[in-house]
Design a protein around this ligand. Structure first.
Ligand SMILES: N#Cc1c(-c2ccc3cc[nH]c3c2)n[nH]c1N
Length: 243
């Protein structure tokens, strides 16, 4: 997968080259290119924003600069691409989104700042046949799109074949079966007088699977009842309903 990020703060994306993702890049599983939006300005001040039509607080990012940047970035390399624009006004970015995007050849992320990007940039891209996704990583407001891109790139990249050491991790993590993951334990057996649940040390794999499912159901019921509602009535069997 090829990922391009356009931003006025390229250094914000440096964490993508650390740890697991850095190793995935080094192994050629992922290609990441970060572009400084100011490279497409032509004035001495390298202006990327201007006052909003209609008034209001803050500034809006100029369409000319974004248009030229996306023209170049989307054309090189010329791969089928999905343009992703993080925004608090976007559709929710979920694990399902991450799975869908993991199948893409290329993702191009446009990081807004200030009050966002002039709407015509998105309209123009769509008019030229580019798939444009306006997405939000949560119901809170950030200062710019860069942090959201870090979140989304990590969520997508970890699903790419070979990136995670154990592919079962992605298959069994939270949301994979519609539920939150239950609690995890490791050695020692007892720590500060707190013992690991006996079932996990017993070796009965069916009992362990049942216990883990029950803990996941309890946690989901307690913290995210909306996920249970989304599962629908047939998703839970009698044992689940008894949990
Ligand atoms: N995704 C996302 C966001 C944002 C966000 C994204 C882009 C910009 C550009 C200026 N301010 C921004 C906030 N805030 N909260 C979210 N869940």
């Amino acid at each position: 997968m090829r990922i391009d990020v356009v931003t006025i703060f390229p250094s914000y994306l440096q964490p993508l080259r650390e740890a697991l993702l850095g190793r995935a890049i080094d192994r050629g599983l992922l290609e990441v290119a970060v572009h400084d939006l100011r490279d497409w300005t032509h004035d001495v001040h390298q202006a990327v924003d201007d006052s909003p039509y209609g008034g209001g607080p803050g500034m809006v990012m100029r369409p000319q600069v974004w248009g030229e940047a996306l023209d170049d970035v989307l054309a090189t390399p010329d791969l089928p691409a999905r343009l992703v624009v993080p925004t608090p006004a976007g559709r929710p970015f979920t694990q399902a989104t991450a799975h869908a995007w993991a199948a893409e050849e290329r993702l191009v992320f446009a990081c807004g700042r200030y009050e966002g990007i002039d709407e015509r940039v998105l309209l123009d891209a769509r008019a030229r046949g580019i798939t444009v996704d306006e997405v939000s990583i949560g119901d809170y407001v950030l200062v710019g799109g860069e942090v959201a891109v870090l979140v989304m790139v990590e969520a997508v990249a970890r699903l790419l074949p070979g990136v995670l050491g154990n592919p079962r991790s992605a298959a069994e993590d939270s949301f994979s079966d519609g539920l939150l993951e239950g609690p995890s334990y490791t050695r020692p057996e007892v720590w500060r007088e707190l013992a690991v649940p006996d079932v996990l040390r017993g070796g009965n794999h069916a009992a362990i699977a049942r216990w883990r499912r029950d803990r996941a159901l309890e946690r989901t019921r307690d913290r995210r009842p909306d996920l249970l509602d989304a599962l629908g009535p047939d998703a839970l069997d009698a044992a689940d309903r008894a949990a």
